[in-house]
Write a protein that binds this ligand. Structure first.
Ligand SMILES: C[S@@+](CC[C@H](N)C(=O)[O-])C[C@H]1O[C@@H](n2cnc3c(N)ncnc32)[C@H](O)[C@@H]1O
Length: 209
């Protein structure tokens, strides 16, 4: 399977509409967490089984991973989990998806692809257009979690988010983790790898004000 796909390629300009939330979740009124770049979904599967009082939505640009994620989900019958194929940068371009922002309580960007070369920085998932869209539409108090082991990417993500006056950075002490989407601090696959290799993790939380 291809490790990286170019999100700017025209193959990824279209995005599947996410069905109305009452068609995908047993209880659409639960707080909704969106995980961007959810890969094959292990993290969200585990989260959704442990926290039945949240709904989880994963978006992933590699279609095969989404197919695998859906197979896993169906075998466990998670009723608070949905995986969607597509490019997160275009997610809210689809008129049907725009309304979903209103329901989002938090979003995570866990270990996004770093795209090290300067000429490829525009392929990084956190871009001004996406942050502007979130900043204009997310409800007050909703949260963005970013996490990476690449310092330079972290600085780039922080700069992009902090350019929006609608987000303020939270100190870790300001967040009650047991109320968050991940109260048990479950680790993503990349996070497990990074920890086992004793690499540093850089993370921040932003709140829509
Ligand atoms: C390094 S992996 C991290 C996977 C997982 N979040 C983790 O922490 O283990 C980054 C994932 O983001 C996906 N991705 C990259 N750009 C994306 C985009 N624009 N929209 C959605 N997914 C994207 C990649 O295909 C890949 O599965």
């Amino acid at each position: 399977m291809r490790q990286h796909v170019n999100p700017l390629s025209k193959d990824f300009s279209e995005i599947d509409p996410i069905p109305p939330l009452n068609e995908v979740f047993e209880n659409p009124k639960l707080p909704l967490h969106l995980d961007v770049g959810c890969a094959s979904g292990e993290f969200l599967c585990e989260l959704s089984l442990k926290n039945k009082n949240w709904n989880y939505l994963g978006i992933e640009i590699r279609k095969k991973l989404v197919l695998n994620a859906n197979l896993k989900m169906n075998s466990k019958e998670n009723k608070n989990l949905y995986f969607s194929f597509g490019n997160a940068n275009n997610l809210f371009d689809h008129s049907k998806n725009k309304s979903i922002i209103d329901f989002i309580t938090s979003i995570s960007f866990n270990f996004p692809d770093p795209w090290f070369k300067k000429k490829h920085h525009k392929r990084r998932v956190i871009q001004p257009k996406l942050i502007n869209c979130l900043s204009n539409s997310m409800k007050t108090g909703s949260l963005i979690f970013i996490k990476t082991d690449v310092r330079e990417l972290f600085d780039h993500m922080e700069l992009t988010i902090s350019e929006s006056i609608n987000f303020k950075k939270l100190g870790n002490d300001n967040l009650i983790f047991c109320d968050s989407f991940n109260p048990n601090r479950i680790q993503t696959n990349r996070e497990k790898y990074v920890i086992s290799n004793q690499l540093e993790i850089y993370e921040s939380i932003y709140q829509k004000i």
